[in-house]
Design a protein around this ligand. Structure first.
Ligand SMILES: Cc1ncc(COP(=O)(O)O)c(C=O)c1O
Length: 394
């Protein structure tokens, strides 16, 4: 992890795609085919450790038929968001001072939380990075699930923290009891991704609520709610009320998923005023988001008609996928989000490469002694492309 330039850092630099070939270690050099594009045949094996959605997408063949590797929402952004972008283009010469107030004020009103307890950012990734930096600056450890979304934990480890990775339960949910037991005197943060990425499982709401109440009295609890909008009743499942009650809970939210804003980059954190101020020292907040993206988010926020429609289309893709898997004799982890994890019957690297060859990008994992595919739920056409490829190789 502390090598001069580990794989994760290498991928972050963009060195895989751009110049600086001479600087690349031999492994990365092998990834590049003629023309500087990574050779798919080597890709999954080479990225076995520390693959990210970004690294897989960067290595995907250019003629992709189904982009199912990064849990994006293919149905967004909404018409209202697009219209707001067009209308605000002319304001591109202005700093986002006013519109930068409007969005947190709207969120504050809906969530019944003062806007001083909201920190805006360009997607939620900068919030995860800020939390990683802030909470690991004095060393200690971060408790997280395994597997879970590893962005915050990995970055905390890149700084000074040690990771305590707690395996999931037998039904692939975060093991809250074991996570609580794993906390020790050096723990600086507990990271809970709910619904969890990559398993798309949710923990019991009441159990998580009592976990937050007990644990946050000792250690800050970070709840990553990137996929919460996909649940039937996101408001009921959210831990926002823990923040309202004054508990030391930080919630990260993003417009990247159900709102379809992954490329527009809007997200935010909610927490206690002192924590929000502290995290604010590690991000540029509103100044890192464009006027056009903020305007789009103001127009799209709580557009329930659009949200409902995007969720329904995602559900239809999920149903189709479940049927394909069942027909081919595969099982899957029932999904509460816009992606599905299922065990595969071959080496996961080979599976990923064979999918790539057929123009389908997915992600692969190895855990609990099994090989897995995580597939994002795309349009029906994309799901059909996946089904075609899958039938050929399953
Ligand atoms: C659980 C989780 N949190 C946070 C993010 C970061 O997304 P963004 O920076 O687009 O908000 C992702 C992206 O896939 C995610 O899966």
């Amino acid at each position: 992890m502390s090598t001069p330039m580990n794989r994760r850092q290498l991928l972050k630099t963009g060195a895989l795609l751009t110049g600086g070939l001479g600087l690349l270690p031999p492994l990365a050099g092998n990834l590049l085919a003629a023309g500087g594009h990574p050779a798919p045949a080597d890709m999954f094996d080479a990225l076995r450790h520390h693959a990210t959605d970004e690294s897989v997408m960067l290595a995907a063949p250019p003629e992709l038929k189904a982009r199912l590797a990064a849990n994006e929402n293919p149905f967004g952004p909404s018409l209202k968001a697009k219209k707001a972008i067009q209308e605000s283009i002319g304001e591109g010469n202005r700093y986002p001072f006013m519109i930068g107030r409007e969005l947190p004020n709207k969120i504050a009103a809906y969530e019944n939380i003062p806007s001083s307890q909201i920190l805006m950012s360009a997607g939620s990734s900068p919030i995860l990075l800020a939390a990683a930096m802030y909470f690991s600056k004095d060393g200690g450890n971060v408790v997280t699930g395994d597997p879970s979304y590893d962005d915050l934990p990995d970055k905390a480890e890149d700084f000074k923290a040690k990771l305590i990775k707690v395996p999931l339960t037998a039904d692939y949910k975060l093991d809250l009891d074991a996570m609580e037991k794993a906390i020790n005197a050096d723990t600086k943060l507990v990271y809970i991704c709910n619904p969890n990425n990559p398993t798309a499982t949710v923990v019991d709401t009441e159990k998580l609520r009592s976990f937050c109440e007990r644990v946050s009295a000792k250690v800050p609890v970070f709840i990553d709610e990137a996929y919460i909008d996909y649940l039937d009743d996101p408001k009921a499942a959210s831990m926002m009320d823990c923040v309202r009650k004054g508990q030391n809970v930080i919630i990260a939210r993003t417009f990247s998923k159900l709102y379809g804003f992954a490329g527009l980059r809007v997200g935010y954190a909610v927490g206690q005023p002192a924590t929000i101020r502290a995290l604010g020292n590690y991000t540029n907040g509103i100044m890192s988001i464009s006027v056009t993206s903020l305007s789009a988010a103001v127009a799209a926020y709580n557009d329930f008609e659009y949200l409902h429609e995007a969720k329904a289309k995602t559900q239809a893709s999920k149903k189709f996928l479940y049927e394909v898997l069942e027909k081919e004799g595969y099982t899957y982890i029932p999904s509460a989000a816009n992606f599905v994890m299922f065990p595969i019957k071959m080496d996961s690297n080979k599976f990923g490469m064979e999918m790539f060859k057929r123009g389908v990008a997915i992600r692969t994992w190895k855990f609990s002694g099994k090989e897995w595919c995580r597939i994002s739920l795309g349009t029906m056409e994309e799901m059909q492309e996946f089904a075609k490829a899958f039938r050929e190789i399953s």
